[in-house]
Design a protein around this ligand. Structure first.
Ligand SMILES: CC(=O)N[C@H]1[C@@H](OP(=O)(O)OP(=O)(O)OC[C@H]2O[C@@H](n3ccc(=O)[nH]c3=O)[C@H](O)[C@@H]2O)O[C@H](CO)[C@@H](O)[C@@H]1O[C@H](C)C(=O)N[C@@H](C)C(=O)N[C@H](CCC(=O)O)C(=O)O
Ligand SMILES: Nc1ncnc2c1ncn2[C@@H]1O[C@H](COP(=O)(O)OP(=O)(O)OP(=O)(O)O)[C@@H](O)[C@H]1O
Ligand SMILES: N[C@H](CCC[C@H](N)C(=O)O)C(=O)O
Ligand SMILES: [Mg+2]
Length: 493
């Protein structure tokens, strides 16, 4: 992992100039150091080639870029006597170079994509693996969790960080890793250097149309996991009940991959035959290879069973015996902030914290709670700033359609005007109550709960901050829920 490597070691060929040794890789000029290969990548806001002079000044000895970047920085690179590597796919070249640089990853790796459910499936898969005696981690929105832990900034880290973390995990004895493949990560080729045993597809619905030109482009980015990243010898585990699930299975089959369909229909290989709710969770009946399995899940929400089944399919695809995998399901624990029972009023009304931040997730989460609610279902929702604005009224409409009362509040307004975001959400939820301050919104919602009611606080899940105009203020929905109950019932939280 340390020391120096040649460009050839990293799978790269320079147009001119061959530095003696590369001492490290960087993608941001501010992180460049003497002996580095600097990847000058085309970005959303700028072309990294514009930062090549700074990278050279900091000691970079090689620059990897595309043709446009070479035209911008070629002279500066030549003048500094550095090597110039030009690639049609500089992000893919960087991903492979990062893998070669770090040189190790856990032996068994699975990646999961989908609009919703990635973190849940990755966590469930890691939990199954640990129950079966493997040293395992999951990597994604909640950082690296399991046998070895470290925080991450992205759901799918850029390749230099990703491969450093994978190599560190492998050095710590981790043999199994489940990672999330975000659409940004796939589009930017962040995980193209990872060797996968299996890949999973959980769901597809609208999100991130601020980044992808349209829904088809968004789907194509996700399909890259099967069409490009997973090799022909890999196994594709697909939720056939998901929108476009059959399309994804066809893409995998066309690559020659083994396809394991998961779902409720008869065409599924791993079939969820029956699902029955009880107050603590649900009882499942599953079938695989002609055998039937029964499992009691301590997880509330039918979507959690779909995610658990997908995780089970991935564990089987990665080589564990089906009977042992099914036997591990009852021990699955809720992923923090995913349909988490955060507090309860003395009248029995439950307060759930969930990470639903897309229209489909808001509808799915509320529908999932309904069978557990005798009285009214209340929802607190908001939408993030500097993210897909088109989803805001759809999130409002989904909440309005599925809940009995909706409170619209703030969720990471970031650089945008919070009142404008709330107004956009309320276009779809005209009868909703508007309470900008999130703590006050939660307090009001908790106060309104009668016996048999339930509250879903959506959007922030495990997050511990509220990001407003460049400042992140401490904020935790689960903590606020407990505080609200305590304040209303004269207890200490
Ligand atoms: C939209 C997006 O994904 N942007 C990512 C992308 O940035 P970019 O290439 O577009 O950046 P840019 O600002 O145009 O700059 C161009 C290039 O110049 C470089 N630069 C820039 C400034 C400087 O001083 N020196 C320098 O070298 C940058 O490192 C970059 O390579 O590549 C950067 C380096 O890898 C990422 O940090 C950055 O993530 C930004 C911060 C981000 O917020 N991304 C989010 C949206 C994201 O990726 N989210 C997904 C999850 C989404 C989900 O599933 O909900 C994730 O996987 O986390
Ligand atoms: N299979 C599913 N189908 C539809 N909605 C789901 C599914 N799984 C989870 N959800 C909803 O999506 C929310 C987020 O789940 P999770 O964190 O697992 O998704 P993710 O894909 O990792 O999200 P992100 O894009 O933020 O990384 C959950 O809290 C729930 O409301
Ligand atoms: N990974 C998602 C998380 C959204 C969570 C929500 N709290 C928001 O800020 O929009 C994103 O960055 O789009
Ligand atoms: Mg996630």
């Amino acid at each position: 992992m340390s020391g120096t490597k040649t460009l050839t070691d990293l799978g790269l060929a320079a147009r001119g100039g061959a530095p003696a040794g590369i001492t490290g890789l960087s993608v941001d000029s501010r992180a460049a150091a003497p002996g580095h290969l600097f990847a000058a990548l085309p970005g959303v806001r700028a072309h990294g080639a514009g930062f090549v002079p700074q990278a050279l000044e900091r000691g970079a000895v090689a620059v990897l870029t595309d043709a446009e970047g070479a035209a911008l920085c070629g002279e500066a690179v030549a003048a500094a006597g550095a090597a110039l590597i030009v690639s049609d796919e500089p992000r893919a070249a960087l991903a492979r170079a990062a893998a070669l640089w770090s040189g190790a990853q856990p032996r068994v790796m699975a990646a999961v994509t989908g609009t919703n459910g990635k973190t849940s499936v990755a966590s469930f898969l890691r939990q199954i693996w640990i129950a079966l005696g493997h040293r395992a981690v999951n990597l994604g929105t909640t950082g690296v969790e399991g046998a070895w832990e470290t925080p991450l900034r992205h759901t799918t880290p850029e390749p230099i960080t990703l491969h450093r973390v994978l190599a560190e995990a492998a050095a710590a004895g981790v043999t199994h890793a489940a990672m999330e493949a975000s659409s940004h990560g796939l589009d930017q080729r962040r995980l193209d250097g990872v060797v996968l045993t299996a890949a999973g597809f959980s769901s597809f619905s609208q999100d991130h149309l601020d980044y992808h030109p349209d829904l088809d482009a968004y789907f194509d980015a996700k399909a890259g996991l099967f069409a490009r990243v997973l090799g022909e010898e890999g196994a594709a585990v697909v939720n056939l009940d998901a929108e476009r699930g059959f399309d994804m299975a066809a893409i995998a089959r066309a690559r020659g991959q083994r396809v394991i369909g998961v779902g409720r229909g008869p065409e599924a290989d791993l079939r969820l035959v029956a699902q029955r709710c009880d107050p603590q969770g649900q009882e499942l009946r599953l079938s695989w290879g002609g055998a039937a399995y029964q499992a009691k899940l301590g997880l509330v929400g039918d979507f959690q069973a779909w995610n658990a089944a997908l995780a089970a399919g991935l564990a089987i695809a990665c080589g564990d015996a089906p009977g042992r995998v099914m036997a591990a399901l009852p021990a699955l624990e809720t992923v923090r902030g995913r349909m988490q029972l955060a507090a309860a009023r003395t009248n029995g009304a439950g307060v759930y914290v969930d990470y639903a931040h897309t229209p489909d997730a808001v509808a799915t989460a509320l529908r999932a709670l309904r069978p557990h609610v005798m009285g009214r279902l209340v929802a607190v929702i908001g939408a993030g700033g500097d993210r897909d604005a088109a989803k805001r009224p759809l999130m409002g409409a989904a909440a309005m359609a599925e809940a009995d009362h909706v409170i619209v509040t703030d969720d990471n307004p970031r650089s945008e005007d919070p009142a404008t975001i709330r107004a956009e959400v309320m276009e779809g939820a005209p009868d909703a109550e508007e309470v900008g301050d999130r703590a006050e919104a939660i307090l009001r919602a908790v106060a309104a709960l009668g016996p048999g009611d339930a509250l879903l606080i959506a959007g922030k899940g495990h997050e511990t901050g509220q990001e407003i105009a460049g400042v992140t203020y401490p904020f935790d929905d689960a903590e606020q829920a407990s505080l609200a109950v305590a304040a209303l019932e004269g207890r200490t939280a």
